[in-house]
Design a protein around this ligand. Structure first.
Ligand code: DQA
Length: 145
């Protein structure tokens, strides 16, 4: 089984950007922890980040062709992107949405997610551990299929 772990805009700055909200771990740290867990779970992962909406959409299309699962932190596109929602709606496999921060505890504009209209599950406010929780869940959903 193959699982795409997709990261949206500004997450390349993780660990340096607003650490009081997002913590001190970098995206490379998260990628390393996910790779270790993936080995334990016996799944293959592609850990990707882009600041460009179109690139994220292209990766969702690729995941569709690969018959993969998806973990996605769409970052700010969560709250704005009908195009990412449409790409996910064209995708048949399991999707778990993850946010490092508890978006529901923050500004009102972060309370709505387009991606949640399609996601099978949502994890928010568990810090970077949320990626591992999401990865486990997608692996479970693939195994159930
Ligand atoms: C985020 C929450 C979003 O509201 C924000 O725009 C991000 C990161 C999170 O992981 O907590 O960039 O998705």
């Amino acid at each position: 089984p193959l699982i795409y772990i997709l990261n949206g805009p500004n997450l390349n700055l993780l660990g340096k950007r607003q650490p009081q909200i997002y913590g001190h771990e970098t995206l490379e740290d998260v990628a390393r922890d996910c790779a270790a867990l993936a080995a334990d779970l016996g799944v293959e992962t592609r850990f990707l980040q882009s600041n460009a909406e179109g690139q994220i959409i292209d990766w969702i299309h690729q995941a569709r062709e690969d018959g993969a699962g998806i973990v996605i932190n769409p970052a700010a596109y969560t709250h704005t992107s009908v195009a990412i929602l449409d790409a996910l709606n064209a995708f048949d496999g399991p999707v778990i949405e993850i946010h490092i921060s508890n978006v529901h505890k923050r500004e009102a504009f972060r309370h709505h997610s387009y991606v949640s209209l399609r996601a099978d599950g949502v994890i928010a406010g568990c810090g970077t551990e949320g990626y591992r929780l999401a990865l486990r869940r997608v692996a479970t959903l693939i195994a159930q299929d």
